[in-house]
Design a protein around this ligand. Structure first.
Ligand code: ZN
Length: 251
């Protein structure tokens, strides 16, 4: 089974490379499937268009907590008219690190979009930063939610709460370059059966490509890194994480 990049933004209009070239380079690196993740109304519409046009691409739609003030109604509409092209709702959540949008607006946007996920039985790609105390009560108000805590950089206790709620954890380039010992320990010890690989391209470029624009082909370096820190083969990392992604997103 090939690699899956479960979180990238290569469909965005300001992504610097041609999507056709990016897909070719990904295939050369063994990356077979990529999920294009929306962050606002336009980006979600573009993700759906990319998924319809390119066979290896899949779409996730959502309004990021940075943008929480508008676009949520359009996500509900898009889920209705383009359900077949959509594999997830996200990235959605709460971000109290930046607080570009007020907390109340973020919570309202999260709740509205979780309802869309429930209505359409879609898994959710969560962006939660320094906001877990408010996040879990909202999450627990909905039944049957499945999903992933994308770009996780929290504590052991927070990830264990995530696992207890049946969530996966998305690991990206941060795991290859963090100097934080507790984080390194956490990345090496989390159960592989709960891990998804992602690039978050164009952001968070992994070692050894730091200083360049990130792209899905680089998910290979994240797989290599996790094989090294766990002392297992890269094939095992690939097959387990790709099976996780296939199961969660029905790819
Ligand atoms: Zn992202």
């Amino acid at each position: 089974m090939g690699l899956v990049d479960t979180h990238c933004h290569i469909h965005e209009s300001d992504y610097p490379f041609k999507i056709d070239d990016v897909i070719v380079r990904a295939a050369d690196a063994g990356v077979e499937k990529m999920i294009c993740v929306g962050t606002d109304e336009t980006s979600s519409i573009d993700a759906v268009a990319a998924a319809k046009k390119y066979q290896p691409l899949y779409a996730s739609i959502g309004v990021h907590p940075h943008e929480a003030k508008d676009g949520v109604d359009s996500i509900a509409h898009l889920a209705k008219v383009d359900r077949a092209a959509i594999v997830a709702i996200g990235e959605i959540g709460l971000d109290y690190f930046y607080t570009h949008s007020p907390r109340e607006a973020q919570i309202a946007a999260l709740e509205a979009q979780l309802q869309v996920a429930v209505d359409h039985q879609l898994p959710v790609i969560f962006h939660v930063r320094e906001a877990f105390d408010d996040f879990w009560p909202v999450f627990e108000n909905f039944h049957g939610l499945r999903g992933v805590l994308h770009s996780f950089t929290g504590t052991q206790k927070e990830i264990e709460t995530g696992f207890a709620h049946g969530l996966y954890v998305g690991v990206n380039g941060i795991s290859t370059f963090t100097k934080d010992k507790a984080q390194q320990q956490l990345f090496a010890s989390m159960p592989l059966e709960r891990v998804l690989l992602e690039t978050d391209a164009p952001f968070l470029t992994p070692v050894p490509k730091r200083g360049t624009v990130n792209e899905p082909a680089f998910v290979r370096y994240i797989a290599d890194h996790h094989a090294t820190i766990r002392g297992i083969s890269v094939n095992e990392v690939m097959s387990t994480t790709s099976a996780n992604a296939t199961a969660l997103f029905a790819l």
